[in-house]
Design a protein around this ligand. Structure first.
Ligand code: THU
Length: 142
């Protein structure tokens, strides 16, 4: 699976966004090591705080099916009135980065933030969450 194909999946996922309150539509496509892709969109709530980001939707779909190993995620976010290719990049929020930290190797896992399949950034999780706290840190001796 190349980057462009994963971004196309995120663009498709964005179409499913349920975002009547912010109007900000986000799609994500999470590539598992087994080759499967899990799409996610943001899902908002009239009471606001239950809102779930597109990235976490994708992760939770995969985890709920027993898949725990991942290679990369592509994210596309733009206001509903805008074209993603004319909007700024939408990087994962801090909560989503922490969820990624739970399941992904920060040195290996790649986060693609895209405007289109030709215009995107690529960072490792370690770059977007330096010195992140993960499952291994619970076992460390001081
Ligand atoms: N959102 C995401 O889905 N992913 C992000 O990384 C940033 C924000 C959503 C949450 C909310 O539905 C809308 O974008 C505005 O914050």
């Amino acid at each position: 699976m190349d980057d462009k194909a994963l971004i196309r999946e995120a663009l498709e996922a964005r179409k499913m966004s349920y975002s009547p309150y912010s109007g900000f539509m986000v799609g994500a496509a999470l590539l598992a090591k087994n080759g499967k892709i899990y799409r996610g969109c943001n899902i908002e709530s009239s009471s606001y705080s239950p809102t779930n980001c597109a990235e976490r939707t994708a992760f939770f779909k995969a985890i709920s099916e027993g898949v725990h190993e991942f290679t990369a995620i592509a994210v596309v976010g733009a206001h509903c009135d805008a074209k993603p290719e004319e909007f700024g990049y939408a990087y994962p929020c801090g909560v989503c980065r922490q969820v990624m930290m739970e399941f992904c190797d920060p040195k290996e896992f790649r986060i693609l933030t895209a405007k289109s399949e030709d215009e995107y950034t690529s960072y490792t999780l370690r770059e977007l969450l330096p010195n992140g706290f993960g499952p291994n840190d619970l076992n460390q001796q001081a």
